[in-house]
Design a protein around this ligand. Structure first.
Ligand SMILES: NC(=O)c1ccc[n+]([C@@H]2O[C@H](COP(=O)([O-])OP(=O)(O)OC[C@H]3O[C@@H](n4cnc5c(N)ncnc54)[C@H](OP(=O)(O)O)[C@@H]3O)[C@@H](O)[C@H]2O)c1
Length: 467
């Protein structure tokens, strides 16, 4: 497979991307525009009420980001006209039929032109309100696959899921699809329509009690956790993402479906440049709070393998998965775990050592000695229960945050990635493709990446303006 064949595959394609203001989809869009400027068109679905606000979001929250620096430098003054030629921002909401797009002419054009749909939009809040998570992650997937089925020449539907749809599984976790109604507890039965009815019932009960928004939010969050736990998932996010997978798998019909399941996505390894990160999230909160001197310990079993994956490897895997499927013309191997725990594992104990090594050399706080001796070594502690204000989450107690992250910092599973390995094999030995679309976890030198790329990236792109 030559580099040309990858680039040729993307040439003249029209791709609809949902969730393009988000972290992952933005990196995907940047890569596509950089590696194949002869793409025909990118429809970017953004949440907005009108064309003015959608255009504002597109320019500020997508192309205004430093992530697009290389593109801006390359195109210079022509960058705006390049974007106007290639990118169409569409105001829409995945929780609505036809994404709530009002312009019928635009819908017809999209249905006529789209070759590929990359559905990345989601609410990624672990303890999201059940109604919001159901509408976004499950019904969003339903609306997106329905839209795909109406497209005249659709080639692929790529659903971005998460590796943690497996719940708190242990051992080697296979890349296996969900059956409709499957749960993680043998004692429970799952009916998505029933879950939707329960949500409606709960909401109407709350309305009849004249509950205020704060109460409704709190009860709907709790309700999501209860229903997720009942069926064996640790939180509402992964429960509704798993149901999203069930829906697209069940409804895909003849459409080739690719489901990618990334693990914990962190900053870029190398492209478009090393260390880019959108903002502080997931395990990065722990790094940042420690580097800021706010915490020296957090809940977690130091013996477990943490599965972190740089975002550019995720987007490369998405592109190569589509390419390989197009060449093989097959609907097999549709689930891809995208992580590192099998091929290049790193334990939490090693991460805590690397955190200390980094911060003693690069203290973030000015009043900490240059030698960094004041930074106590960080520890992941299985029994840690301290109840502190967690500075990054306004008004949130550390205990609540720890409870949310606890399953992931005690996670004893390893993500098998046989299908993703086949993608690596497909491009193996073709130096230019392997370099340009690196998806090999073994190429990550964890100490080098964390100390010299990811941690400085966290400081530079997400913390600097606030410090
Ligand atoms: N980040 C990770 O570590 C990770 C790991 C595994 C899997 N994933 C999956 O990867 C995908 C992307 O995650 P991410 O980290 O990029 O998330 P993110 O930064 O939170 O972005 C989510 C995107 O979805 C959009 N969205 C949410 N609700 C929507 C709605 N009703 N209609 C239209 N758009 C909506 C958001 O738009 P607004 O800007 O309007 O909110 C945003 O653009 C998700 O499917 C997630 O489940 C992420």
């Amino acid at each position: 497979m030559e580099l040309e064949s990858v680039l040729h595959f993307l040439e003249n394609k029209t791709i609809l991307v949902t969730g393009a203001t988000g972290f992952l989809a933005k990196v995907f869009v940047e890569k596509i525009l950089r590696c194949q400027p002869n793409i025909k068109k990118l429809y970017l679905l953004l949440r907005a009420t009108d064309t003015e606000s959608v255009s504002h979001r597109l320019h500020h929250e997508v192309f205004g980001k430093k992530l697009f620096k290389i593109q801006r430098d390359k195109w210079g003054e022509k960058f705006s006209s390049f974007l106007s030629e290639k990118v169409v921002a569409v105001a829409g909401d995945v929780s609505l039929h036809n994404f709530g797009i009002k312009d019928q002419i635009l819908i017809e054009e999209m249905l006529e032109e789209i070759d590929i749909i990359v559905h990345s939009a989601a609410t990624t809040r672990l303890d999201e309100r059940f109604d919001v998570a159901m509408d976004t992650n499950t019904m969003g997937a339903y609306n997106a696959i329905n839209f795909a089925k109406m497209c005249h020449k659709i080639e692929f539907f790529l659903q971005v899921s998460t590796a943690y749809v497996c719940g708190e599984a242990k051992g080697q976790i296979p890349e296996k699809p969900f059956l409709m109604g499957q749960t993680l507890k043998s004692s429970s039965e799952l009916d998505i329509n029933l879950e939707k009815q329960l949500i409606m019932k709960k909401l109407s009960e709350l309305q009849s009690q004249n509950a205020n928004q704060e109460t409704i939010t709190s009860i709907m969050k709790e309700f999501g956790t209860i229903r997720a736990n009942l069926h064996g998932w640790p939180n509402t996010y992964v429960f509704t993402k798993a149901m999203g997978e069930m829906v697209v798998t069940n409804m895909k019909g003849n459409i080739p479906l690719i489901i990618t399941r990334p693990t914990v996505i962190i900053g870029t390894l190398s492209e478009p440049f090393p260390g880019w990160i959108e903002d502080v999230r997931t395990i990065d909160y722990v790094f940042v709070e420690y580097f800021k001197g706010a915490i020296t310990s957090f809940v977690g079993n130091p013996k477990i393998t943490a599965d972190l994956i740089p975002v550019d490897m995720v987007t490369n895997s998405m592109i190569i998965a589509m390419l390989v499927h197009s060449k093989n013309n097959t609907s097999n191997n549709l689930i891809y775990h995208i992580g590192t725990s099998l091929r290049n594992p790193i334990k939490l104990s090693e991460i805590q050592d690397i955190m200390h090594l980094y911060i003693t050399k690069n203290p973030w706080l000015k009043n900490y000695g240059k030698s960094g001796t004041l930074y106590e070594k960080f520890t992941f502690n299985p029994n840690y229960t301290e109840d502190l204000e967690f500075p990054h989450y306004k008004g949130s107690r550390l205990k609540r945050i720890m409870n949310m992250y606890r399953p992931y910092l005690h996670f004893e599973g390893i993500f098998d990635d046989k299908n993703t390995e086949k993608l690596r094999m497909a491009i193996k030995g073709v130096g230019s493709v392997e370099r340009k679309f690196n998806l090999d976890p073994k190429s990550i030198d964890w100490k080098e990446y964390l100390v010299n790329v990811h941690f400085p990236g966290l400081l530079k792109y997400s913390m600097q303006p606030k410090m």
